[in-house]
Design a protein around this ligand. Structure first.
Ligand code: IMP
Ligand code: MG
Length: 189
């Protein structure tokens, strides 16, 4: 793998093996919790949630469907959510009567999830739960109940495993901390 990310990497926060072990555990827990529940429907929030969804779904051994939605928040800097959120791509299927499990990469201020939950609540799902790979509790501005959390992390900007650094490095198998103040150079993009 190209090591072009190295100059932006302060430290590896969660190694690949630790991520995979925790995701397997989450999959088992979700399977147990939904064993007697019909219509489990995973909704992946793009783009950051794509790696997590792909690995998580393979550890869930109860029948379930998946769908995708893309969200963007705008108006603030690239590393900060503004609280103003917009749908870039909506779901392809109706969620009425389904037991929805939202699969998110990271919960920071909570604005994005707050928006998604409010929106999906208007569509008559049987239930809505949330599974976030990462959470930064110290950054929360909106209280959000997270039913499943992979890891609580400190207030640091992270990238890899679905999370981007200015749209790059989502493909890394680990979660790394970005060096403070770095910008992606043209030579890298
Ligand atoms: P929130 O609306 O502030 O909770 O932000 C949620 C979204 O911001 C996440 O879904 C990510 O797309 C992005 N985000 C927040 N923190 C990070 C980070 O440390 N690295 C990469 N993306 C992040
Ligand atoms: Mg996201």
């Amino acid at each position: 793998m190209s090591r072009s990310y190295e100059r932006y990497l302060d430290e590896i926060l969660i190694p690949a093996e630790t991520l995979q072990a925790r995701i397997a555990e989450l999959g088992r827990q979700i399977s147990d919790d939904y064993r007697d529940t019909k219509n489990l429907h995973l909704i992946c929030v793009l783009k950051g949630g794509v790696m997590f969804l792909a690995d998580l779904t393979r550890h869930i051994d109860v029948p379930h469907s998946i769908d995708f939605m893309a969200i963007s928040s705008y108006g603030a800097g690239v590393r900060e959510s503004s609280g103003r959120v917009r749908i870039e791509m909506d779901l392809s299927h109706d969620i009425a009567g389904k037991n929805v499990l939202i699969v998110e990469d990271i919960v920071d201020s909570g604005h994005t999830l707050d928006y998604i939950i409010s929106l999906l609540s208007t569509r008559q799902p049987a239930s809505i739960s949330v599974c976030a790979l990462l959470s930064k509790p110290s950054r929360r501005q909106v209280p959000i109940t997270l039913d499943y959390v992979g890891f609580e992390i400190p207030d640091k900007f992270v990238f890899g495993y679905g999370l981007d650094l200015d749209e790059l490095f989502r493909n890394l198998p680990f979660v790394g901390v970005c060096k403070p103040g770095v910008q992606i150079g043209d030579d890298c993009a």
